[in-house]
Design a protein around this ligand. Structure first.
Ligand code: SF4
Length: 260
């Protein structure tokens, strides 16, 4: 038992490290997720770089206090130098383009500051759980707040639209429950860019259902690796950004439909 959760048995097999992103990807298209686990990622994009840098700046604010407007550029450059140089290099931005990126992050930061930080308890909180031999579940929650009697609130910041945050939030709720032994009081996704918000009060039954979904993913990964190695391909609008698109006829057909 992990707190109130019983993680279902999974078949033995190869080691699996399942992150929130890989779990969400698997439920959308198993082959794309299997590609991630083989180390096949898409190229760094400007959008993801801006999002990653903004998250670093948000965490800096939460951990060290507000950043004055005249300090944003220096803070961004320090964060880039502290672990984002390789991503910056793969983007090949010219200095003028980097200036525009920093301005964009500064605008996101101004909106972020309006959100309030009452009850802040931790930023970029890493969670790791080993529910079965050779299986590691892991994730990093952007921010954790304590809301008095309402309990712990886990927040995921989005710098673009919200999309469908439910599977990712469910994964975080499961990790928190298994790691800390109690169901979080609330999980929410907040778009810093648009102001949209999506939240949910998890229940023990709901978290247990997520454990079943996660165990199913692990079971399918191990079984497929041990047999055909051929994962189901589920095509959709997401194929446009899939790094396997060039070699995937299903994805190319879907892209033709969605681009028509
Ligand atoms: S291109 Fe689409 S269908 Fe093919 S692996 Fe990628 S997400 Fe799946």
């Amino acid at each position: 038992m992990f707190g109130p959760i019983e993680f279902p048995e999974v078949p033995p097999g190869d080691d699996v490290v399942l992150s929130a992103t890989t779990f969400v990807t698997y439920e959308r298209c198993p082959e794309q997720a299997a590609g991630r686990l083989r180390g096949v990622y898409g190229p760094e994009s400007r959008v993801s770089f801006v999002g990653g840098l903004a998250h670093r700046v948000f965490a800096r604010h939460l951990q060290s206090g507000p950043i004055p407007p005249e300090g944003i550029a220096a803070a961004c450059r320090e964060e880039i130098g502290g672990g984002m140089n390789a991503k910056l290099g793969s983007l090949g931005l010219k200095p003028s383009q980097l200036t525009a990126v920093i301005e964009e992050v500064g605008q996101l930061y101004q909106r972020f500051k309006q959100l309030g930080t009452e009850g802040f308890a931790g930023a970029e909180v890493s969670l790791e759980v080993v529910p079965a031999e050779g299986v590691l579940l892991r994730g990093s929650v952007d921010a954790v707040f304590t809301d008095g009697a309402a309990g712990t609130r886990l927040v995921d910041w989005k710098t673009a639209g919200l999309g469908d945050p439910a599977p990712q939030l469910a994964f975080y709720a499961l990790l928190w429950t298994m790691d800390r032994g109690e169901v979080p009081g609330r999980v929410e996704a907040v778009s810093v860019g648009s102001g949209e918000r999506s939240d949910e009060v998890p229940t023990t039954a709901g978290v247990q259902a997520t454990a079943v979904r996660v165990a199913k993913v692990i079971g399918e990964l191990r079984t497929t690796w041990a047999t055909s190695g051929e994962f189901i391909r589920t095509a959709g609008p997401w194929c446009r950004w899939c790094p396997l698109l060039d070699e995937c006829s299903e994805g190319q057909a879907a892209r033709a439909v969605f681009d028509a």
